[in-house]
Design a protein around this ligand. Structure first.
Ligand SMILES: Nc1nc2c(ncn2[C@@H]2O[C@H](COP(=O)(O)OP(=O)(O)OP(=O)(O)O)[C@@H](O)[C@H]2O)c(=O)[nH]1
Ligand SMILES: [Mg+2]
Length: 279
């Protein structure tokens, strides 16, 4: 017998929660336990799809241990490791009418899930963001550098996203039907939400405030490489979704990309050990 809210394999869930993971076993136990509690109270039938890029860190044991309280399924991808591709795989396999995507590092509060789903269920809403930047939302424990980074990343995407305050959020919800009508999805890197907003031509996005917490356990996978990929991703989106703005913004993107490229080369040179010739 299934618990309240929990779907069994023969019942079609209303909600699919997609969680990409790479070396997050440490956080997954707590996350899944909290989601199970939240969804038990919420009452909607749900499934969880954990899309792991072959971490081999015991995530399979976590999913197995929690099977009695939490309808989670592990999808293991091998080969090219990529967050966006992992999310897309989970969304493709989702059975729910509503799809919610969230990080595994406990940055996104599972307690906000019902509010996001309620918002998505109110027509004409077609995309819901767990937002750090609307009234009531906030980020905890972010240093100045992280805030600046996020500010610049959001600003660069502004012509693509209009009035949306937090288009980069990793916590979002969308109807499966909206996802399925997307044309030319080709994400790479970390900003799958931005890709969906643009390519699914979402017209009625809504932002629900959340408190975003800095990760406590595990390691960040966000690095310079990912930031460079983000610029390339933006370049691609401007070319296909807003080419007029692209005429103005793309040269700036390329200038930034060049600067980051130089910076990476210089820091590599700097870090190389100096082998002084022996006399
Ligand atoms: N499947 C998969 N998941 C990934 C990959 N990279 C990151 N993730 C997951 O995506 C989510 C977001 O990654 P984070 O490393 O937290 O990135 P971030 O939130 O931008 O940065 P921090 O919170 O500072 O670590 C987490 O659940 C990660 O485990 C990947 O290559 N493949
Ligand atoms: Mg994170």
């Amino acid at each position: 017998m299934s618990q309240r809210g929990q779907s069994t394999s023969d019942q079609t869930p209303q909600v699919s929660i997609v969680i990409p993971t790479y070396r997050e076993a440490e956080n997954a136990r707590s996350l899944l336990t909290r989601i199970a509690e939240v969804m038990r109270r919420d009452g909607r039938l749900y499934e969880i799809l954990i899309v792991d890029d072959d971490s081999r860190d015991g995530i399979d044991l976590v999913v197995r241990d929690l099977a009695a309280i939490c309808p989670a399924r592990l999808i293991t991808r091998t080969g090219f490791r990529d967050l966006s591709q992992a999310v897309m795989e989970g969304m493709r396999q989702a059975r729910g009418r509503l799809i919610l995507v969230m990080d595994a590092d406990l940055s996104h509060p599972p307690e906000a899930i019902p509010r996001l789903l309620d918002a998505l269920d109110k027509p004409p809403t077609d995309y819901v963001i767990g937002s750090r930047y609307v009234a009531g939302g906030r980020t905890r424990h972010w240093d100045g550098g992280r805030r600046f980074n996020s500010f610049v990343a959001t600003l660069l995407a502004r012509p693509l996203t209009g009035r949306i305050k937090d288009p980069m959020a990793g916590l979002f919800a969308i109807h499966r039907s909206t996802f399925e009508r997307a044309r030319g999805l080709d994400p790479v890197g970390y900003k799958i939400g931005l890709e969906l907003l643009c390519r699914c031509r979402c017209q009625h996005p809504v932002e629900v405030p959340i408190t975003f917490k800095e990760r406590v356990g595990g390691q960040s996978k966000l690095n310079l490489e990912q930031q460079m990929r983000y610029l390339l991703h933006l370049d691609r989106l401007y070319r296909s979704c807003a080419w007029k703005w692209g005429v103005l913004v793309r040269p700036l993107l390329w200038a930034l990309l060049g600067t980051l490229h130089m910076y990476r080369r210089l820091t590599r040179l700097w870090q190389q050990p100096v082998n002084a010739p022996q006399s």
